[in-house]
Design a protein around this ligand. Structure first.
Ligand code: NZQ
Ligand code: ZN
Length: 387
């Protein structure tokens, strides 16, 4: 096991009817900006619950944060925060609203002239003062409710980049499973796939004898395999299924399973390009890239792929190569069984895009993967495998 430090300061407030608790968590007298997305919170009653809880605070509302939060929109919010002297943020929504709010939190006191530098010149971010914030989660997927990362898009440049700051964790996150009952199937599928691949990015690398982390990871994967199809099958949402899905997503990317182990994240970085260039949902990009990536990278990932195959899919017989083939197939079949297509051609994407992505990575000098061996040329092979 590798050396590690682990600290996660986010307080989770879990359960039915817990949105009211935000009033106890936000310091008295705060000037709050409440952020939200395209309006789902008006239809499912979450807006009313949050507003009732915030009745004793001065609140400025900022709605309209898009899926794949847009830089220009967030810059508008930053200007309002500066004008209104906002000193607390409350994100109410999915990963995009929370990520957008993390960007706002980092940008309000950012000394640089261009806020885009928060993403592209992260070496300048050390010691950056951020504004405190909490979240009310409405979509289990990203783990953003309990981590310090965010991903921001800039449509004008067709770019999408992640950033993370050690002091940009939510102070608290409310996880009420009933807030997710209104999710459409498309977002549930996205969330299941995203959570699955988050676990994989931290688990499917090479063995370092991290038995606890491996079992935690396999536990989340097995839970998703068990409850994912069931969540999608239900006409009426089930509280316990949603509760377990929420915890899978939160613990899939809150740092716990990453302690002391190597991490990959190549599928994510390639997927972000597909979203930036073609607007594909984040979960969809992962369903396309991940099976192709483990197929191409099977030599480097062999031991963990065989372990995953045995423990999650019960793949125990056949030659090594046959078992690795079966692992790729089981993973792809699982995603397809949820109703998401896993080929670039299913989305009308072809070799032009592959060329664009490999050129971008070449220009940026990008090297991905747990060994840094996923070079632009390798990315090309992975995407060709996904055609
Ligand atoms: O905007 P509204 O109207 O709220 O609708 C949203 C949006 O259209 C809707 N939705 C959310 N909760 C709902 C709901 N609809 C009905 N009922 C509810 N309870 O779902 C749509 C998608 O929402 P979004 O927040 O975009 O989805 P998700 O949570 O999957 O977030 C995706 C973003 O997070 C980034 C992705 O790259 C993408 O930009 N990620 C963030 C990470 C992180 N911070 O750690 C890690 C991830 O790997 C990921 O990259
Ligand atoms: Zn993700």
């Amino acid at each position: 096991m590798n050396n590690f430090e682990f600290k996660n300061p986010t307080k989770l407030i879990f359960g039915r009817g817990q949105i009211v608790r935000i009033a106890d968590e936000i310091p008295v007298g705060s000037r709050v900006m409440m952020t939200y997305g395209g309006g789902s919170i008006f239809k499912n009653g979450i807006y009313d619950q949050v507003k009732a809880a915030l009745k004793d605070f001065q609140v400025v509302e900022f709605g309209g944060i898009e899926a794949n939060p847009e830089y220009d929109t967030l810059v508008r919010a930053v200007h309002i925060c500066r004008e209104q002297q906002i000193d607390y943020l409350l994100a109410v929504g999915g990963g995009s609203v929370i990520d957008g709010t993390k960007f706002i939190a980092a940008a309000i006191h950012y000394p640089g002239a261009s806020l885009w530098d928060i993403l592209v010149r992260q070496e300048n971010n050390r010691g950056l003062q951020t504004v405190p914030f909490g979240t009310v989660l409405t979509l289990p997927a990203t783990g953003s409710e309990m981590n310090c990362g965010a991903v921001i898009s800039r449509r004008e440049l067709k770019e999408k980049f992640p950033f993370s700051l050690p002091n940009n964790y939510p102070q608290f996150s409310v996880l009420d499973p009933t807030a997710c009952f209104s999710l459409p199937k498309r977002q549930l599928v996205n969330g299941i796939v995203d959570t699955f691949v988050h676990v994989m990015e931290q688990y499917l690398t090479y063995p370092v004898n991290a038995m606890i982390q491996d079992r935690f990871s396999e536990g989340i994967l097995q839970t998703l395999v068990e409850i994912g199809p069931e969540i999608l099958r239900r006409q009426t949402p089930d509280y316990d299924l949603m509760a377990n899905f929420m915890l899978s997503a939160t613990f899939g990317l809150n740092g716990l399973i990453a302690i002391g182990v190597p991490e990959d994240w190549a599928s994510h970085m390639i997927g972000h390009e597909l979203t930036a260039l073609h607007g594909l949902d984040h979960g969809v990009t992962l369903a396309v890239v991940f099976p192709a990536l483990i197929d191409v990278m099977r030599a480097e990932k062999k031991e963990k792929m065989l372990q995953y195959g045995e423990r999650v899919w019960n793949i125990t017989s056949g030659s090594e190569d046959e078992r690795l083939d079966a692992v790729v197939k089981a993973t792809r079949d699982f995603f397809e069984s949820l109703g998401v297509k896993t080929r670039l051609s299913d989305y009308g994407i072809g070799t032009d895009t592959i060329r664009t992505i490999t050129e971008r990575f070449t220009q940026r000098g990008t090297r991905l993967g747990e060994h840094g061996t996923v070079l632009p040329e390798t990315v090309g092979r992975i995407l060709n495998n996904a055609l």
